[in-house]
Ligand binder design. Structure first.
Ligand code: SF4
Ligand code: SF4
Length: 113
């Protein structure tokens, strides 16, 4: 009976899952966590805010001196903003533990310099 063989085999093997959060592993290559803006590279064109499918990026003003607001609670980590930025100014980081009780803590502001 192959199923019994299989059951016995797995009875003595280690689980493939981790006991998160006590056990951790590095995110895989290409992982898309919280996007972060590089205010030195950004030139304030506003493309990222126009292209974001979930309205997670707000832009106040244009060019140098503009302000970008990123709402993590709206973001779905698709990476479209980073893909589209002509200056490569947005990095999809490995930050993923972003849940919280206060939405105010999920707002990140960047002043373009
Ligand atoms: S991050 Fe990129 S796409 Fe967004 S405003 Fe800056 S230069 Fe434009
Ligand atoms: S990762 Fe996607 S949803 Fe999040 S801000 Fe960028 S474009 Fe918007």
């Amino acid at each position: 009976m192959p199923i019994i063989k299989e059951a016995i085999k797995h009875l003595f093997s280690h689980p493939v899952t981790l006991k998160y959060p006590y056990e951790r592993t590095a995110p895989p290559a290409g992982f898309r966590g919280r996007p972060v803006w590089n205010t030195q590279r950004c030139f304030g064109c506003g493309l990222c805010s126009r292209i974001c499918p979930s309205g997670a990026i707000e832009m106040t003003g244009k060019g140098k001196g503009a302000e970008i607001t990123h709402y993590v609670d709206r973001c779905m980590f698709c990476g479209q903003c980073a893909e589209s930025c002509p200056r490569n100014a947005i990095e999809m980081t490995e930050e993923f533990e972003l849940a919280g009780f206060n939405r105010k803590n999920m707002i990140h502001r960047y002043k373009i310099s």
